[in-house]
Structures are given as C-alpha cells and as structure tokens.
Design a protein around this ligand. Sequence first.
Ligand SMILES: CC(C)(COP(=O)(O)OP(=O)(O)OC[C@H]1O[C@@H](n2cnc3c(N)ncnc32)[C@H](O)[C@@H]1OP(=O)(O)O)[C@@H](O)C(=O)NCCC(=O)NCCS
Length: 244
Amino acid sequence: MELFERISDDINSVLERDPAARSRLEVLLCYPGLWAVWIHRISHKLWRANWLLPARMLSQVARFFTGVDIHPGALLGRRLFIDHAAGVVIGETAIVGSDVTMYQGVTLGGTGKGHGKRHPTVCDGVFIGNNANLLGNITVGENSRVGAGSVVLSDVPPKSTVVGVPAHIVYRNGERVLITDPHDVKDPLSDALIALSSRVEELEKQLGGVTWPTDPFTAEEAERVAYHEELERLRQYVSMGEGI
Ligand SMILES: CC(C)(COP(=O)(O)OP(=O)(O)OC[C@H]1O[C@@H](n2cnc3c(N)ncnc32)[C@H](O)[C@@H]1OP(=O)(O)O)[C@@H](O)C(=O)NCCC(=O)NCCS
C-alpha cells in the first residue's frame, strides 16, 4: 500500500512543480526522471542487502532507458523530481533530501580526490538548474537554488541562490548579495582584478598628494541622470494623455 502512496505522492509533486504536466496518466507515462527514481528505490534495496552487482546492473538498465545514472548507494528523499532526465548523474555517497527538483545534465559528483563520503548532500527543497555541477562532499542548505550551468565547490547556506563558475551567492534569505570584493569570487579573472587594484593603490601612493581636477565619470553620470529625468518627464506627460 505504501508503495502506491509513494508513487501517487511523486506524481502529485510533478503536477505541482511542472506547468507542462497536464494529467496523472501523462506524468506516469512521459516522465523518465520518475521512472529512474522508482527503479533506484529497488536497486538501493538490493545494495543495502549486499547484492552489489545486481544493484549496479539494475541501475545501468535504468540509465539505458532513462538517461539518468543514479548509483544504487545514493540516498534519495521523497518526491525527488528530475525534469527532462537526460544526463543526470548522482554519485554513490550523495544524499538528496525531500522535495528536491533538478533538471537535465545535473551532476552530484566527486572531485576525483576524495574517498569515503565524497559526493554532495542536498537538503530538502533545493532547486538545481540544468547542467549544474555540485562536486565534492559539500552541503547545499535547505530551500537553496543553484543556477543553471553553475559549478558548486563549497557549502551553500540555506535559503540562498548561487550562480556561476565557480558558484557564488547572489541571494541570501531573499536579500540580494552584491559582490564588492573580488576575493569573494575565486576565479582567475578575480585574481587579475585583485592584482590590478593593488597596483593602482601602489601607484596612487607613489603620486602622493596629487589630486585630479575632476572625476572622469562625473560628467557621464550627470548626463545619465539628466537622460533618465527627461524620460520620466515624458512618461508622465504621455500617461496624462497630453502627448497624444
Ligand atoms: C539561479 C536562478 C534560479 C536565479 O533566478 P532569480 O532568483 O530570478 O535570479 P536573478 O535573475 O535575479 O539573477 C540574479 C543574478 O544572477 C545572475 N544569474 C542568474 N542565473 C544565472 C546563471 N544560471 N548563471 C550565471 N549567472 C546567473 C543574473 O544575471 C543576475 O546577475 P546581475 O544582477 O549581476 O545581472 C535562475 O537564473 C536559474 O538559473 N534557473 C535555472 C532554470 C533552469 O534550469 N531551467 C531549465 C529548464 S529546461
């Protein structure tokens, strides 16, 4: 009985999360991401019963039919929705909480360096955009979102949004996080920016008390403000019907 309840739960969660899904029958017949999760439930039971080879073989059968490669050792919570399915990989020591949504091409993988627990832990309610890579024994906190194409290499706090390669936080608890310090983005381009800004500081020190006659951006900023004021004036003029 519990089996049918779980299947029904999974189907309902797809209907809630995918506006393209129109009926329970359509979800049952046309969502290979669900088939992959259901087959994983069986292969995981075999894995835990120490039937390691049959478990691996079953997971490869699922991969052949669904395009989703879930290692039988992975722990999956309830109502996992893998939309479009193709190319998703979930590693042996990955842990996925309940109500997680992920799209095609997502990898929950290892970095190739670790042993033991070497795959990510994804907490409840996390959303992972297509082709995102979550690598290593990291934790993505509850209800966080990972942008399409991101490469996440470190922990993500709960209720945050991360994007980019490597991923950085753009929202935390609904508040926009703006990066003002290049040290916060650990990529080669930010290293170049850090080197450049320290060189500028050094040159400014060497120039001593020299002050520049005008800020080079002042004129452009004044022009931009005037342009926006004029636009706003015209918008109000037209909305009062006087311009027509
Ligand atoms: C990450 C995501 C959920 C954020 O959505 P959001 O909360 O509306 O965020 P915003 O659009 O306000 O973006 C915030 C900033 O992150 C940037 N950003 C958003 N998504 C990004 C991504 N995937 N990669 C890089 N930067 C991204 C935006 O350009 C913006 O930066 P800016 O303010 O400097 O211009 C969304 O962009 C995303 O990637 N969704 C995945 C959708 C998906 O996989 N669809 C597959 C359908 S088949």
